[in-house]
Ligand binder design. Sequence first.
Ligand SMILES: [Zn+2]
Length: 228
Amino acid sequence: LPGTLVTKGRRLDFYIGGGSFSAEDVASLAIKAEHALGYMQKRFDTHLSQRVSVGIYARGLAPGRGTRGIAYTDDRNVRIYYNVGEDQHNALCILAHELGHALQAEAYGVEVQRRADVVLLEGLATFISGEYWLSLSESASFQERARELYQAGYGHNLRTMGNSKAPNDVAYAMWAGFVDYLTRAYGWDAFNQLYVSGRGRAAGSADYEGIYGKSFNDLADEWLATFE
Ligand SMILES: [Zn+2]
């Protein structure tokens, strides 16, 4: 990766570019990230088979405005974008989400991930990051967080959430709640089949009907009804 190699952990290598965190901060973030990865591997019952490189760069280098993190799972690297002095815990949680994508690639393969439904791609990465993501809103569970967002008026259309003016993290939290619901209500085997059935990034485009015998909209309504 571009930048300077700061530290090699058990499974992750950390690089930094100019204008981002100090080498000292990255060394401490690296220890926490290894811990987070250990937690997520257990949570998702999947282990990285190869090392992943982590790049930490100034916000100006992000590929899109407001982008805080991105996972290049084909090339086994993830990148986060934070300026000097920004919140380290927030960076750790975004990094955890990106490592969630790396674990997904490990579980299903990069080819399958490339055509995954965005609701499952982002919802599952958020779900895998578990306690780390929930700590950003101090929520006890993905269901509690989703209920709170739903009652605040978000998520009534799960399909269009990603394009709405709502911040990305709101869509990600709702989709994680939906993933959590599907795995609890119908089990992981069905969910894994659903993920693999992806036909492209469009929200709600995986084969929900074929796997569950119910459309995406019906499953979304069924879940949202639990908040009424
Ligand atoms: Zn993501």
